[in-house]
Structures are given as C-alpha cells and as structure tokens.
Design a protein around this ligand. Structure first.
Ligand code: AMP
Length: 121
C-alpha cells in the first residue's frame, strides 16, 4: 500500500492542521492525543513518510530509527511518567484498529493503567 499524503498526521507535519507540539527534532514530533485515554496520552510520530511500524522498521535509516526511538524515551521522561511507569502502544493494521496510516507510538500514563488487554484467553 502506498503512503497516503492526506492522512491527518501528514497534514500536521506539513503545518496544515495545528497541534500542541510537546517535542520536536529532526526525526520526530510529539503532541497530545486529541482523545486522551489516560491523564498522559502523547503521540510520537516520525517525520518521514512511513505508514506503519513494519514500514518504518524496514525502511527507515539507522539515524531515523535511533532518533525516533530516543525521542519516544525523551518525551516519556519530559511528560513525567518515567518514575511511575507508562505504556507504549503501537497499533499496526486492521486487527489492531490503526486509524491513522502514519506510523506512531502512543505514550500512556499518569495513573494505574491496569492489565494490558484484560484477562488472558
Ligand atoms: P491509532 O488507532 O493508533 O491509529 O490512533 C490514532 C490516534 O490519533 C487516536 O488516538 C486519535 O485520537 C488521534 N488523533 C486523530 N486526529 C488527531 C489530531 N488531529 N491531533 C491529535 N491526535 C489525533
């Protein structure tokens, strides 16, 4: 599948849709999720045109990979959730209900998040 330049995060990266930037460097941008599901709910996206985790992990350069994953850790620290813990979520594809086809990681924290998905099968 080709990358869709009309996805909402591509528009945010181009400055066509506003976001409350929490962190930005040459490889990554972080902003609050518009529908927060925890007291801290931040999205971190790479600046490159990657539709999914598989796409990013396969095609991004070593500098993009390191820059992005370091930014995730930095943003979690900056958001104040490092001490008590946080959850990283990356929804990839239809079974995971990925809504926006631009790779992103959710950082969730700020209260007890409970079990990951519920009781085991
Ligand atoms: P996912 O299901 O992993 O693709 O999650 C996409 C996330 O993007 C959802 O949690 C949405 O609430 C969030 N979202 C959609 N549009 C915006 C926006 N304009 N600004 C911030 N977050 C957004």
């Amino acid at each position: 599948m080709a990358y869709d330049d009309n996805n909402i995060f591509a528009k945010i990266l181009r400055g066509e849709i506003p976001c409350a930037t929490l962190y930005e460097d040459e490889h990554a941008l972080a902003f609050p999720d518009i529908r927060p599901q925890a007291p801290v709910h931040v999205l971190v996206i790479p600046k490159g045109r990657y539709e999914s985790a598989a796409d990013f992990n396969a095609k991004a350069s070593p500098a993009e990979l390191a820059g992005f994953y370091r930014a995730v850790a930095l943003v979690a620290r900056q958001a104040g959730v490092e001490e008590h813990g946080y959850r990283l979520i990356c929804n990839a594809g239809p079974d995971a209900h990925q809504e926006v086809p631009h790779f992103h990681v959710h950082i969730l924290g700020g209260h007890k998040l409970g079990r990951m998905l519920g009781p085991p099968l």
